[in-house]
Write a protein that binds this ligand. Structure first.
Ligand SMILES: [Zn+2]
Length: 525
């Protein structure tokens, strides 16, 4: 199957019907495609990035003016088809040898693996042996249609976690976060959703020749064994970031005329196995993928480190680092988001786009969980940007402190000897973050509209936030402690823990500062 000319991407049209399309059909104007309809959450993110990569590689606008033209009017099907077709030679999924999409150019033999091992939550050999893959249905994906195999391949190469000796991690590290801008308009077309994430050629150099510097599977792999090399931004084309290929893979065994175990579609050919070998492309150096936020530690001359999914999920406590810049820990929004913050967003009303963040929470070779979340994103002038960076921290930091106190006091209330208990308390954190989220974003929205010199935000915002933290701390604590089973219920212990909670709450430095900011007149007297 050719991934440019065949219809294989599952989508939903404006009139609600579903179907499979060839990539250039995203420009369909009558009854346009409005969404991707992938059978798995990680595939949804993978297909978005596949299409963004295609647009970036073969249809990138020259500058912001041209970007805007295509934002206002979708490209014509013919011009898009013509551009994409120039890549068709590289996007054949199935070839007995030589060029095959995201597969090693020259891999006659390798370790044979079951096709389900292409899926990231599939357990490694170790987990199979220990039978510890309790949340993984490993028997579910025995045969994949070409579309699902291609998507699994792309998703694995983009997110590849550590895979044992010489099995390389993805260009952005294992399990990076991806942040994509999405229009808030419910009627937005898939074209608009993708186009919002395409850089102009001033931001991302285009390629005159389509060779292995851009698409690494077009010739022999840059091997990373003993006599091999590392692959840095200086050694290949920047567009390779969209097509990273850390794993040497070749799809092999097929069965005929069956149904795909993931999407259910009947297919002529289905994949059941692939072969793989270690020491593929070893990405190293200062990569900064345009769709991923990074942590910068310039003082210690560390390489930029992609932000990863983490236990406890994504919430407003990560907002600064993913949507703007967190000066405290060095986290900085992805390049595509920076462009929106500084320039592209000026074409839009407030609230007209949001940030869709997603990624796995990886525990080394295994995926613990898949997270996704939506965040507000703003167009800001320099002053507003500085204001919001400072203010954001002033609001997030006290919440970070409160959640620690809350968690430990719930534990005090629950257990006679809390220090000896090693239970997972992360659900308390989650409840608190969720309960305070709406108020945080309400405040943030209003703060983003203020202009003027950086300084303190108006006192009423701090007051509202302090009240919110007090109220939600009380509610989460009460709910958590009242849920205890009767035989454990020791009212005296709960009350003591509650008294301590408030002592610690008001004694906390960050809360004291917040309180001062909330009542500036008291500061003066
Ligand atoms: Zn399928």
């Amino acid at each position: 199957m050719n991934l440019i000319t065949s219809a294989w991407i599952p989508v939903i049209y404006q009139d609600g019907t579903k179907g499979l399309i060839a990539p250039w059909k995203i420009a369909e104007r009558e009854n346009p495609v409005i969404e991707i309809n992938a059978p798995r959450a990680d595939f949804q993110g993978g297909l978005y990035q596949f299409l963004i990569g295609l647009l970036q590689t073969s249809f990138a606008p020259e500058d912001e003016d041209q970007w805007l033209e295509y934002w206002e009017e979708t490209a014509s099907i013919n011009e898009l088809k013509e551009s994409f077709e120039k890549l068709a030679f590289a996007f054949e999924l199935d070839n007995s040898e030589g060029v095959a999409f995201l597969q090693d150019y020259d891999l006659p033999e390798g370790e044979s693996k079951h096709i389900s091992a292409l899926l990231i939550e599939a357990p490694g050999a170790n987990a199979l042996k220990n039978n510890s893959d309790h949340f993984v249905k490993r028997d579910l994906a025995n045969q994949l249609c070409s579309g699902c195999a291609a998507t699994a391949l792309f998703t694995l190469q983009a997110n590849a976690p550590a895979g044992g000796v010489g099995h390389r991690v993805g260009l952005r590290g294992g399990g990076p976060l991806t942040t994509l801008l999405l229009p808030e308009n419910k009627k937005a077309t898939l074209w608009q959703k993708l186009w919002l994430n395409v850089l102009n050629q001033e931001e991302m150099e285009s390629a005159e020749i389509m060779d292995a510097r851009v698409l690494p599977w077009l010739s022999k792999t840059r091997l990373s064994d003993k006599s091999g090399v590392i692959t840095t931004p200086e050694t290949v084309h920047p567009l390779q970031q969209y097509w990273g290929m850390p794993r040497r893979i070749r799809l092999t065994t097929k069965v005929e005329n069956e149904s795909c175990d993931l999407c259910g579609n009947h297919s002529k050919h289905l994949y059941t196995e692939f072969i793989t070998k270690n020491y593929g492309v070893n990405y190293d150096g200062a990569w900064e993928h345009p769709l991923t936020p990074y942590r910068f530690d310039i003082k210690n001359k560390e390489l930029p480190l992609s932000l990863k999914g983490q236990q406890g999920g994504l919430g407003y406590r990560h907002w600064l680092g993913m949507a703007l810049q967190d000066s405290e820990n060095g986290d900085k929004a992805a390049r595509i988001v920076q462009l929106y913050n500084e320039e592209r967003g000026s074409n839009f009303e407030m609230d007209s786009a949001s940030l869709w963040c997603f990624g796995y929470d990886m525990d080394n070779m295994k995926a613990r969980c898949w997270y996704e979340s939506h965040f507000p994103v703003f167009y800001l002038d320099e002053k507003q940007k500085n204001n919001l960076m400072g203010w954001g921290a002033e609001f997030i930091n006290p919440a970070r402190e409160v959640v620690k106190t809350l968690r430990s006091q719930v534990k005090e209330a629950w257990f006679r000897r809390p220090k000896d208990v090693k239970g997972d308390m992360s659900h308390i954190d989650m409840q608190f973050w969720q309960a305070t989220e709406t108020d945080f974003y309400k405040i943030l929205q209003q703060l983003a509209m203020l202009s003027g010199d950086a300084g303190m935000a108006p006192a009423e915002f701090y007051q509202t936030w302090l009240k919110c933290l007090e109220k939600q701390t009380r509610l989460v604590f009460e709910t958590a402690t009242l849920e205890s089973t009767p035989e454990d219920l020791d009212l005296k212990r709960i009350i003591a823990a509650q008294n301590d909670l408030w002592k610690k709450f008001y004694g906390n430095k960050a809360i004291k500062t917040l309180k001062l900011r909330a009542t500036p007149e008291e500061k003066e007297t």
